[in-house]
Write a protein that binds this ligand. Structure first.
Ligand code: SF4
Length: 176
């Protein structure tokens, strides 16, 4: 299920340029879920193509994984003004679209705090749960869930980059 091109189910419709739909292979069984589109994504209509997306792509490539090997999406499909966090109401409004993207998957990778809060109800520090194995429900199914740092957090932190690389290795070893 995809939002209509003029979706106005939440207030994020007011300032978006484009709805940013998932990118990659929907049949891969592996779904990366970030927080929300940023400025470059809003302009291009493609998720994770800005600075942090390029870093994510490079780290994946260095581990032998292409972005076309997985599905990449966000909890909300429209850019929050000024890149603020999406509100709980906006996440709830967009959740049916996210659920349809992840319900048939084997594993969901939660990129950062916002995605982990939306998908797993986790409110604590990311470093306490990164690369642990969790389970979430979508479409009435239990789905493996792996929390990791958002690529934006990896730009200035070598520790976060190493943890992210470990996430990619886990995914490659067990799910691709
Ligand atoms: S964020 Fe989702 S629910 Fe809100 S307007 Fe965009 S597509 Fe519709």
């Amino acid at each position: 299920m995809r939002p209509s091109p003029d979706c106005s189910l939440c207030s994020l419709c007011r300032e978006r340029t484009r709805i940013v739909l998932p990118d990659g292979d929907p049949s891969s069984g592996v779904v990366f879920v970030g927080e929300a589109p940023g400025e470059t994504e809003d302009l291009t209509g493609r998720p994770f193509v800005g600075r942090s997306g390029k870093l994510m792509e490079r780290m994946m490539s260095e581990e032998g994984v292409s972005r076309s090997d997985v599905l990449i999406t966000n909890t909300v499909k429209c850019r929050p003004p000024g890149n603020r966090d999406p509100t709980p109401e906006e996440m709830v409004a967009c959740r049916p679209f996210l659920d349809s993207e992840i319900c048939g998957s084997r594993v969901v990778v939660g990129l950062g705090r916002s995605a982990c809060r939306d998908l797993a109800g986790y409110e604590g520090r990311m470093k306490d749960i990164v690369n642990t194995r969790m389970t979430i429900k979508a479409g009435g199914r239990d789905i493996a869930f792996i929390p990791t740092f958002h690529p934006a957090a990896c730009i200035y932190s070598r520790e976060s980059r190493e943890a992210f690389r470990m996430t990619i290795r886990m995914i490659k070893r067990e799910f691709l």
